[in-house]
Design a protein around this ligand. Structure first.
Ligand code: MLT
Length: 265
């Protein structure tokens, strides 16, 4: 995988495929750029699809935590600099969406459009934060399995789990490759993320809100409410898909993204 040096100190790995208008896709927790395989394949006939490994994940260097969303957003801006890209469509799934909100705050002039997939603008509750910190300690003390295993039933829809066991296998494979230090640093970072609800009406670029209609983590009603707060938006809810809608319904996800990218061009 290609790598770029960022901030003169560590390197960030990324996958890239295709030519055309650039779209940068940011993975969720605790995944890697491997999450976007169906989009790297399915959209690269007409678009330049770039999927970074966030710091600590995939083949990117492990850096000291916590991995705040601001840190990831600045890493992405450094990646765009290194690739000579002025403005892009930025997409993020779940934690990738939290990163995208911070990118809007810090680097809005570099955006052509935004894709918010299975994500939310709300910060964690106090209980959610405490739980993340407990899980971060567990990852460091006991390894990543006790963090990862309980997540699986919530990540995928019942339909995906029943009909397409290979999706669960692949997701587990990606999650098991995550290092405990990265999991802990990302959990701490997500616990400290900002409330982005005020930002929604101030998003100035065309935005696609997309997600699984059966998402148990960021439910369809929440995706709809988020979309209603964004001025220039389209909403796509994918029937039968859960929280990892890009893997669970890749053809319909790609069709919606393709329509959106054509509009933004
Ligand atoms: C993700 O998929 O990135 C996580 O579900 C985000 C979270 O834990 O809030």
């Amino acid at each position: 995988m290609p790598k770029v040096e960022i901030h003169g100190q560590s390197s960030l790995a990324y996958r890239e495929r295709g030519d055309g208008p650039p779209v940068v896709l940011v993975h969720g927790f605790p995944f890697s750029s491997a999450l976007w395989e169906p989009q790297l394949v399915g959209l690269s006939d007409r678009f330049r699809v770039i999927a970074p490994d966030l710091r600590g994940f995939g083949e990117s260097d492990l850096a000291d935590g916590p991995y705040g969303m601001d840190v990831h957003a600045d890493d992405l801006a450094a990646l765009l600099d290194a690739l000579g890209l002025e403005r892009v469509v930025l997409g993020g799934l779940s934690m990738g969406g939290y990163v995208a909100f911070e990118f809007v705050r810090r680097h809005r002039d570099r955006l052509r459009g935004l894709i918010l997939a299975d994500t939310r603008a709300e910060p964690d509750t106090a209980e959610g934060r405490a739980n993340r910190r407990r899980m971060a300690r567990t990852a460091l003390e006991e390894g990543t399995d006790p963090v990862i295993e309980p997540m699986v039933p919530k990540l995928l829809s019942p339909e995906t789990r029943e009909a397409r066991p290979e999706v669960e296998e692949r997701l587990l494979e990606i999650m098991r490759s995550a290092r405990p230090e990265a999991i802990a640093a990302a959990l701490e970072g997500m616990a400290g993320r900002a409330d982005s609800r005020d930002l929604l009406p101030r998003i100035e670029v065309p935005t696609l809100v997309i997600g699984g209609a059966d998402d148990a983590i960021t439910p369809a009603a929440d995706l709809r409410a988020m979309a209603e707060a964004i001025p220039d938006v389209r909403l796509e809810l994918l029937a039968g898909a859960g929280h990892v809608s890009n893997l669970e319904a890749p053809e319909r996800f790609n069709a919606a993204v393709r329509d959106f990218l054509d509009e933004v061009r």
